[in-house]
Each structure stands twice: as C-alpha cells, then as structure tokens.
Design a protein around this ligand. Structure first.
Ligand code: BYC
Length: 472
C-alpha cells in the first residue's frame, strides 16, 4: 500500500489521484465538512495552536507525529490499514470465499445502513462535546478534548470514503446527510440514543470516553472482521486512534477519583463537596447513567438483524478469527439474560440471534477491568468504597429490559420503588448543578482544576506543564 500522501488536498494512502470521480466527490464534500466543523465543531479555539498528533503512516510503530496545528488546518484524510493478501470471508454463509473488494449487490442496503450508523456517531460526538473547551480543567485536558474531536472528524471521513467509493449516488447522498443530522435535534436527530444525550460537563465527557468510545472499540472491532475488505481495512486503522479516546476517559475518571480520595483523607469526611471535590457517590451515579446508555448501543438481546449481518459475512464477533468454532453458528447456543416475570434469568438461545448480547458481554467485561483500576486507587487510599458497574438491565431503553424497572444490583423492582429510589442511582438535578458549578476554566500551563488530580505524565514525553494549547 502507498504511504500517506500529504501533498494533495486530501491526505490519503488509497491512491486517490488514480480515481478522478472519487477524488471529485470527496473534494466536493470537503468544504461542506469544513463548514460543518466551523458551525458544529469546538466552540472557540479554532484559531489557536493545539499540540495535536496527526497520522503519518498506518504502520503500528511510529504512525503519528505531534506538532502545533490549528484545528481547521488538521489534515483530515483517508487512511486504510495494510491489506492482508489473500484475505477471506471468515464467517457466515460465504465463509472461505475471497474477501469482497466491491459491495456484494445482495447486501448493498444492509451494508450501507451499518456504515451510515457507524459514521453518524462520529460527528455526533463532536457536536455533543462542542462547548466543553470553555470550561477545561487544564490545557492538558483541553488538548486531549481537541485530539479526540479531530480524530472523530477523521473517522467521519473514513466512513464517507467508503460510502463515496462504493455506493455511488446513494453513498454521496448519505455523506451529505451525515453532515445534516444534529445531536439532540428533535427533527433530525442522530441515529443512536446515546449520541443524542448531552455532554455538558467534563465528568460526563470522561464517562463518555470511557463507556461510549468503548462501544466504538467493540463495534469497530466487529466491523474490522467484515468480509467487505475496504470496511475491514478502514476500521482496523480507526481502532488505533480509538485507543487514545478510552485512555482519556479512563485516566480522566481515575484522576477525579484520586482527588476525591485525597480530599476525603485530608478532611476526614465523605462529603468532599464542601472542599470542592466530586464525591464518590456522585461519580457512581454518573457511571450508572453513562454505562446504561452505552450498553443500549449494542441493540436488542435477541436480534435477527445481528444474525443477518453475521450470516451475510458483514459484521463478525469480537476477535472472530481467534475463536475456535465453525464460524457459522447455525447449531450453537449462547446464554442470554432475560426477564421472566419479576426475575432475571439466564437462558440458552440460538447463538446467531444472540450476537448483540455476546458483544455486550465482551464490552461489559472490558468495562469491569477499568472500574477495577479505579477501585485500586480508592483502596490505596485506605477508603472502604467500591465503584460498581450497574447490572446490564438497569435503566435500559433498548431491548428486552426496556419496559422493566431494574435496580443497579439487578433486582427487578416496582415502579413505586423506582420512583422513590432512582435519585440515588442516576445524576440528580442537584448533582448536575453542583458539577456545573465546578466547571470553571483553568488555562495556565501546569495548573489543574481543584476537583481533578494532575495526570501522571504529559503527552508524547512532554512535561505536564507544557503549553498544550497556545491561547495567547
Ligand atoms: N438507539 O435488532 P436491533 C462509536 C435500532 S460507537 C437507537 O435491536 P441491531 C463512537 C436499530 O438501529 C459505535 N436505535 O439492533 C463512540 C434497529 O433499527 P432499524 C457505533 C437503536 O440492528 C464514541 C432497531 O433498533 N457503531 O463508534 O442488531 C464517539 C432494532 O435493532 C439502538 C455501530 O453501532 C439505540 N441504542 O443493532 C464516537 C456499528 N439500538 O435498523 C464514535 C454499526 C438499536 O430496524 N451498527 N437500535 O431501523 C450496528 O451494528 C447496529 O446498527 C447496532 C444495532 C448494534 C447499533
């Protein structure tokens, strides 16, 4: 594969200059993207120099360079991971056939829908986060926010490339529509629930990066298994960038937890609000909210859509090729949590229709590892408190638990109990007002808001007090 060509209007490693029609389509879309970025991207800061990383190669070693860039000058482009010679469709009815380089006609609509759904989340998250710059807890965090934002912008490019390159006129129309829907808009909302929620403060932002970006990891990993090779190559490179977003979320929450613990120890109280910290119970309520809306992103427990995606060879399981089974799953079963009256029971279901739940299991296990690392911090401070993932049936809007009322510990409860207790489980208006009151910008290099501990180290070997965003 060619290296990334930065001499052209659209940086790419797909030899764009050899396909004039596609080049024209993307060059036509580019100013619309920039207009969207100006209108719906980060508020303010567009003329400031930000210490950003830019992809320069798709080689896992040394794939990025760091330097000051104004966000609108970021070189958004099209980067596909190296092709695997002789790659096959690895699962479903077409297993063993050569991977498709063109869209198989019979799956055109389904594939387009999957790509559009993935693509829609990218600009949505930028829209959700657009006001956060004004209340950054430090220049370090401000830079991380913008890094996440420009890379989500690039992930939009990644999906638009596939749409324009492989779906003709329909693809171009979908590319336009991706710039027209708006997160939270009543008339033209983003496609998936979590991407219409607000991200009004930095606690929500870090939770979003931890929980919702992690859905991105699992969905992209499943699409990276696709028999449609261009989608696989695109998603493989997106995953490289995604890892940083989850790092931002995990370390962000860890630093908030650490500050809470420091204040608890220093003042010998659980009520660290009096001392300008975020108490662990509030962190738990935000965790419950972001976990539950992200768990919804995996779709229904029993889904014929998921079965069809798999059988068609379009969307696999997490680490499909590492699994030791027939990769057809026609006879297999999988254990799924289901509602049975006022209890949640585990039942064997056909594996094919249970694929959403299986991916959700992989996701929940990964989330639990992160939460355990936060709990290590609490334990190190000698504090008797554990953050917990809520039960997967808690506060659901999609799937078989959507109609049920379930406590974070998995007990099915009455509407009356929910009404009296949900304030203990989800962020209250008072919580939101308190968190909002903490959101005061800190922009002096090396200084951090009181409610969050500094990071252990800076970005790319730079010191923590480096001028990550030049505001002057
Ligand atoms: N909200 O059989 P069902 C990321 C719809 S995040 C609203 O239950 P299916 C990122 C569903 O579309 C990763 N609607 O589910 C993170 C379907 O509607 P249609 C995003 C929902 O189809 C942070 C109907 O309900 N990527 O990258 O098996 C920052 C019944 O569907 C929701 C993808 O999601 C919901 N939560 O699976 C930036 C991958 N859930 O089609 C970026 C692509 C379901 O009948 N998408 N519905 O009108 C997919 O694989 C599937 O569409 C889903 C749903 C897993 C989302």
């Amino acid at each position: 594969m060619a290296g990334i060509d930065y001499t052209t209007l659209i940086p790419n490693n797909v030899k764009l200059h050899e396909n004039r029609r596609l080049q024209r389509a993307l060059e036509d879309w580019q100013p619309k993207f920039l207009e969207w970025w100006q209108d719906m991207g980060p508020t303010g800061f567009q003329t400031k120099d930000v210490y950003l990383r830019t992809a320069i190669s798709v080689d896992a070693q040394g794939w990025a360079k760091f330097g000051y860039t104004r966000m609108p000058d970021y070189r958004w482009g099209i980067f596909l991971a190296e092709p695997e010679p002789g790659r096959l469709v690895n699962f479903g009815d077409h297993k063993g056939q050569p991977a498709w380089q063109e869209v198989p006609g019979e799956y055109r609509g389904t594939l387009r829908r999957l790509i559009v759904t993935q693509g829609d989340t990218e600009p949505a998250s930028v829209e959700q986060q657009r006001h956060l710059g004004r209340t950054c807890p430090s220049l370090y965090d401000l830079r991380n926010l913008f890094q996440v934002n420009v890379e989500e912008g690039r992930h939009l490019w990644a999906m638009v490339y596939i749409l324009d390159a492989h779906f003709g006129r329909d693809g171009r129309e979908e590319s336009e529509a991706l710039l027209q829907r708006r997160s939270g808009d009543a008339d033209k909302p983003r496609i998936l629930g979590a991407f219409n929620e607000k991200t009004p403060d930095w606690l929500s932002f870090f939770m979003f990066c931890f929980f919702t970006d992690r859905d991105g990891k699992y969905q992209l990993a499943s699409l990276a298994e696709s028999g449609f090779d261009p989608l696989s190559q695109t998603c493989r490179f997106m995953l490289t960038e995604e890892a940083h977003h989850m790092f931002v979320g995990e370390t962000g929450i860890m630093r908030i937890v650490q500050r809470a613990c420091e204040l608890m120890r220093e003042h010998k109280t659980d009520d660290v609000r009096k001392h300008g910290g975020i108490d662990l119970r509030t962190i738990q309520r935000y965790l419950n909210f972001h976990c539950s809306v992200s768990v919804d992103l995996f779709g229904s427990e029993i889904s014929t859509n998921a079965a069809n995606f798999y059988t068609a060879g379009l969307k696999g399981r997490f680490e499909e090729t590492k699994k030791q089974d027939d990769h057809l799953l026609k006879e297999a079963t999988y254990t799924v949590a289901e509602l049975d009256g006022d209890r949640i029971v585990m039942r064997e279901e056909p594996a094919l229709v249970s694929l959403n739940e299986r991916l959700r299991d992989d996701y929940v296990a990964d989330c639990a590892r992160g939460v355990a690392r936060w709990n290590e911090v609490i334990k190190k401070h000698g504090i008797d408190f554990e953050l917990r993932l809520p039960h997967r049936a808690f506060h659901r809007a999609i799937g078989s638990f959507a109609e049920a009322r379930v406590a974070p510990d998995g007990r099915v409860i009455s509407q009356a109990e929910w009404d009296t207790k949900h304030h203990d489980w989800l962020p209250t208006e008072e919580d939101k007002a308190y968190i909002e009151s903490l959101m005061q910008p800190v922009t002096e290099p090396g200084k951090f808001a009181h409610w969050i501990a500094p990071p252990a180290r800076g970005i790319n070997g730079q010191p923590v007090d480096f001028e990550y965003v030049r505001l002057a």
